[in-house]
Ligand binder design. Sequence first.
Ligand code: G3P
Length: 217
Amino acid sequence: MKFFVDTADVEAIAELNELGMVDGVTTNPSLILKSGRDIVEVTREICAMVEGPVSAEVVALEAEAMIAEGRRLAKIADNIAIKVPLTWDGLKACRVLSGEGFMVNVTLCFSANQALLAAKAGATFISPFIGRLDDINLDGLELIADIRRIYDNYGFETQILAASVRSVNHMSQAALIGADVATAPPKVIKSMANHPLTDKGLDGFLKDWEKTGQKIL
Ligand code: G3P
């Protein structure tokens, strides 16, 4: 499973990138707001740091305007994936922009039918939002499994990009289901290293080592 980082915080991206954990980046208008940066400036900086796709989202609601915004965003760098919402107009924009050779990430997906439409419209990525479904007592991971099955049934090449990932459980379950990509905030990716038995084991080893009176260096 590829790891995308769901942030526009360049320092956080750089830290994970050094460890080879960054296969791509996803941003959205809320993350741009949080960064306090200009969308073009910060996205250009991220694109230069990361080799993989960097999603930048349009904000227009009508297809023609989305297409114009998408073409503008794609000019920032070759590794831009244009993010469009899963609306009828978003699907029209997806069709046109993917036909022009751009990577398109169709976002705000909350149902298997929406994912089916995005694949038919030529999306490079479909972004089902796990956490926001869980928030309303539905099962976000079940949606990932349904989309995996549907795409495999028909050989759709659209990549499943599990989004709205809030926990380490979301990460491991998305990987078990076979999501192609998961995008998560930096803190979730870093938390994947944590285990209480690792901390306990390390504590025991260090106490015993002290008793040996030895040094490695
Ligand atoms: O990738 C989409 C993501 O940023 C939304 O996450 O936690 O706001 O639902 P969240």
